[in-house]
Design a protein around this ligand. Sequence first.
Ligand code: PLP
Length: 368
Amino acid sequence: MPRPLIATIHLDSMQHNLMRARDCAPHAKVWAVVKANAYGHGLERGMRGFADADGLALIETENAVRLRDLGWTRPILLLEGIFDASDVDLLVRHQLNSTVHTVEQIVILEQATLSGPIDVHLKMNTGMNRLGFRPEAFAAAHARLRAIAQVREITLMTHFANADELEHPRLTVLEQVRRFCLGADGLPGQRSLSNSGGVLHQASLSAELSNDWVRPGIMLYGGTPGGRSAAAFDLHPTMTLASEIIGVQDLVAGDSVGYGSGFQAEWPMTVGMVACGYADGYPRHAPHGTPVLVDGVLTKLVGRVSMDMMAVDLTHVPHAGVGSKVVLWGAGLPIDTVANAAGTIGYELMCALAPRVRVVEGNLDFNG
Ligand SMILES: *Cc1c(COP(=O)(O)O)cnc(C)c1O
């Protein structure tokens, strides 16, 4: 029998969450973001789970080509654009929509001999200060792109730094929208501003914020950007990481558990060993007390996570033993709950799922 650790990908949940994105932003077309191996779910599964999306967006040029090889015929957006002049050919050959965020990328397009038309996303830096042209430099960049004969559509885009916290004290979403409107004033083209945070808050932002295209990622995978309750937004988990108890130890007061003897029992207790460790993508820094489901009962991580195993408290799960089902995150235990306890975000847990974990597909038996 193979090791019992399995990640089950719920394509039905992916479809459901895509519909939730459409409900939130009913007038926008949707780029389903499938970068980073579809947030750890597998690129090809992302393509099938989001088969109804208007386009797929990602970072890696080779994976954009792979999507074409897999038969995706609708638009593909490269979120960081091209990395050097040798990528230009790919844009035409595979009809990839490229983000343009530097003068260097404009120069490459000006100097290239494009054998056919391309569409681009021109990115404005409205305060994230990661990628893009500042608002006051945006119109000039736009004019240069328009002067290139083979550049067809120019979509105007920006990215929110704090869409999960609308009233962020340093930079609000509305301030970014205001800067975007100033920089894009009078320019033709469709607009694309919102990530998951923007989509989930579309209702409260609708007076100020309109998108022709939205770019949700994490919400499509059943997570929220701020780590708040996905269920409150009616998002379903798309990845359940589950394993089994492979050993049990009965401790007496004073016994310790695991490397560094990081946990010491104050009274007699039972711990179960779960076949899942940091080499599987479970965060090593998850502290004692991080929630774990055993046989459907909420219990907690005990001691340090090791490479292949972790211990859980079975004291209050008396029927549990070798072979009992353990859910690390997913159905019944939101990934954001685990991420919050471990001091990280659901994004990182999904993306870090290790190659050695077996992955299968299966519907989520969603029982509320
Ligand atoms: C990753 C990414 C997104 C999706 O962000 P989420 O927070 O996962 O919704 C959208 N736009 C850009 C430019 C990105 O890089």
